[in-house]
Design a protein. Structure first.
Length: 344
């Protein structure tokens, strides 16, 4: 009996070693780091799959191309694709895939809609929302979910590229595309009051955040307007001062120009007077020279020659010589008196 009991225990121990434990049976194999595996069935957990992708380094071109081609069949409402945005610290390959698939979907479903990637984030999102508006209002749940998820993908991609986007302006542009086309915007305040009455704490927190941001934006705009008005008033004052200064300078310029014209006329008059005096002086000098030549050569020289002849004869005619000398002195005296009268 003891041998039989021992043999049964050994057999049981051997069976226990061959049979996997419940813990071993509950541990699934790691997911394959491919897009085909993620979009296949069953869908792996995003965190575990992203970890495997990081370890693998990326996707092959064939894997990416196949995922894009079969995306409509494998993820018709884009729920799986949107779930990838929740990966914590996503690997570079996953970020590239999200960018590629978002661009692919927008190009495929927004044909004819032009979006400038250099424009502000809220303008880009507004154009995309308008293009997706028919899908956002579609009666088919899958079509509507696909449009909603694509809009969320686009918002995530655009705001990641431009994190300083204007939330208020973006919400303003999303208001019309997200409402029914026949909805009256005048009842929006009533709708908001109803939401507040029915909202939970999380929704109230979100609504209050939006309102606080709107009020902050309004206050910022009012401050900017007040500052602009102050700057405008200061500029108006400075402009008035400058206008007065310009007017004074123009008046001074007119006075200076008038003075310049007066001085120019005076300079012309003096120049002409100098020329006239120079001409008169030239005539006077010529006349004086002619008069002196006539006096010296015609009268004084003759009188002196007669006086000299009178002194050379025997006996000398002293009375004649004296008379001739006296006559010469008289002529010289007359010319000196004429010069005094002319210079005076």
């Amino acid at each position: 009996m003891a041998d039989e009991t021992d043999s049964r225990g050994e057999a049981a121990a051997a069976d226990a070693q061959k049979t996997p434990s419940p813990q071993d049976m509950a541990t699934p194999p790691p997911p394959k780091p491919t897009l085909a595996a993620y979009y296949g069935e069953p869908t792996p957990k995003v965190a575990e799959w992203a970890k495997a992708v990081r370890a693998a380094g990326g996707f092959t071109a064939a894997d990416t191309e196949e995922a894009l081609q079969q995306l409509g069949a494998r993820d018709p409402d884009l729920r799986k694709t949107l779930a990838l945005t929740g990966a914590a610290n996503p690997p570079p390959a996953l970020r590239r895939w999200l960018g590629d698939v978002t661009r692919h979907l927008l190009a495929d479903r927004l044909k004819g809609v032009s979006i400038d990637p250099q424009s502000p984030a809220h303008e880009q999102v507004g154009r995309i929302a308008l293009g997706l508006a028919p899908g956002l209002r579609d009666k088919d749940r899958t079509v509507r979910s696909a449009a909603e998820n694509l809009l969320r993908l686009a918002i995530r991609r655009i705001t990641d590229a431009k994190p300083d986007f204007s939330a208020g302006e973006m919400l303003a542009l999303l208001f019309a595309p997200l409402r029914e086309p026949e909805a009256d915007t005048r009842i929006a305040p009533a709708d908001l009051r109803g939401r507040i009455q029915e909202a939970g704490i999380a929704q109230l927190r979100d609504l209050s955040l939006v309102q606080a941001a709107a009020l902050d934006r309004i206050l910022g705009a009012e401050r900017a307007r007040a500052e602009a008005q102050d700057r405008s008033s200061a500029l108006d004052t400075a402009l008035a001062v400058e206008r007065d200064r310009v007017r004074e300078l123009r008046e001074k310029l007119v006075a200076v120009e008038a003075r310049a014209e007066t001085l120019e006329a005076e300079v012309g008059r003096l120049t002409q007077a100098m020329a006239d005096n120079r001409q008169i002086g030239a005539h006077g000098t010529a006349e004086l020279l002619a008069r002196m030549r006539t006096l010296l050569a015609g009268r004084i020289d003759t009188l002196l020659a007669d006086a000299a002849d009178a002194l050379e004869i025997e006996p000398p005619a002293l009375k004649v010589a004296k008379h001739r000398i006296q006559s010469g002195r008289g002529v010289i005296k007359e010319e000196i008196e004429w010069l005094d009268e002319s210079s005076g």
